[in-house]
Design a protein around this ligand. Structure first.
Ligand SMILES: [Zn+2]
Length: 372
């Protein structure tokens, strides 16, 4: 992984002389981190030793590299979330811990975990307007980033697995079906080269919490249908990589931002030969390097040790998506052409514009009421 290599090159130049030759195409790389379950503690000093060490390592590596964003995978504040947008925990557990300049510059894409739902999610959403880096515009959202100096893109789709698997509608939250429709539309519309979905709860996990039946039935088929590159989550406090033999979707867990648990107690429930990594002996996080040829995913410990790397080759996804989109457009044009000829036959000339009618309805969302 480029960032770890760079770090080691700075720290141990004598031992890494050969491998420290500059890498080619360094300027066509989009690097970002993912960390979950990093919400400190509700007792003074409001962060844990592991959280602090992971934050320091993230900071060092981010300062050496060019980290543009960080995916925050939920459980942002242990154990009971935050009460208001002015809650001091924003400072003590987040701002005062992730202090490296590169972590200050990066955009933190945030979603909620189950512990956040013990208090006020609206306060966390509202904090987006108070912070230059905390980006939590809605319960679920998407963002697209360009790989520098290319026309290739990485799309991140952040979802709320609490609302997807629980009936929040009665409490003023968006319903599971509303979010599911949004996920389908977002994935369907994507033409990104790398499509990554982030949520708090894992779909597969060898850890304490195990697999999620809800997500296995509702989300997994969508990830496969829409050719999602990877699903990354937290919730279990360790680092995992799971990949089924008959599916192209990679499942990563990065829940070591604050605690660590090395107990693969749900191993037997996983699909055969699917567990590639299980590590919970220390805290840690995940680094992504998207390049024109591959997406490298590296698991890094709290002290910067590279624990595991896998490389997901760009498997013609772009071309396939391009073909899919082109096919869809051709089908639409053919359909429109037929209808136009039919209409012309009946009523004489008409125009494409009048036939298509108005543009698709734009969704407007009411602000959900705060749950106290
Ligand atoms: Zn959790």
């Amino acid at each position: 992984m480029a960032l770890v290599r760079t770090f080691l090159c700075v720290a141990l130049p004598l031992f890494f002389e050969v491998s420290c030759l500059p890498e080619r195409n360094e300027d066509t790389r989009l690097s970002f981190f993912a960390v979950g379950d990093f919400g400190g503690t509700d007792l003074f000093p409001f962060y844990t030793y592991t959280q602090k060490r992971v934050a320091q390592t993230m900071g060092k590596l981010a300062d050496l590299g060019n980290i543009s964003m960080i995916l925050g995978l939920g459980d942002n504040f242990y154990y009971d979330g935050v009460q208001t947008v002015d809650d001091p925990r924003f400072k003590t557990t987040f701002e005062d811990v992730y202090t490296a300049p590169a972590l200050e510059r990066a955009k933190w894409l945030m979603i909620a975990g189950n512990h956040d739902y013990r208090s006020n999610i609206s306060a966390q959403i509202a904090y987006t307007k108070k912070s230059h880096r905390w980006h939590f515009p809605y319960y679920y959202f998407t963002t697209v980033k360009k790989i520098p100096n290319t026309d290739m893109t990485v799309q991140i789709v952040m979802i709320d697995t609490m609302l997807l698997c629980n009936d929040g509608e009665n409490y003023g939250f968006p319903s599971a079906s509303e979010q599911l429709k949004w996920i389908v539309k977002t994935l369907e519309d994507s033409n990104a080269d790398y499509l990554i979905v982030g949520g708090h709860h894992p779909i597969f996990s060898a850890g304490f919490h195990g697999n999620s039946d809800c997500l296995l039935s509702s989300l997994k088929p969508l990830l496969e249908k829409y050719d999602v590159t990877a699903y990354i989550s937290g919730h279990d406090h360790n680092l995992q990589h799971i990949k089924e033999e008959d599916s192209s979707v990679h499942y990563f867990i990065s829940g070591g931002g604050n605690f660590f648990v090395h107990a693969p107690m749900s191993y037997s429930t996983l699909p055969k030969n699917s567990l590639k990594l299980f590590y919970g002996l220390t805290g840690g996080f995940t680094a992504f390097d998207a390049t024109p040829s591959s997406l490298k995913v590296t698991k890094i410990s709290h002290i910067g040790k590279e624990l595991y790397t896998t490389e997901i080759k760009l498997k013609k996804e772009r071309q396939r998506r391009g073909v899919t989109l082109a096919t869809r457009k051709r089908a639409r044009r053919s359909f429109l052409g037929k209808r136009l000829r039919m209409l012309r036959g009946k009523k004489g000339a008409t125009t494409i514009k009048s036939f298509i009618g108005q543009s698709p309805r734009k969704r407007t969302r009411k602000n959900q009421k705060q749950r106290k």
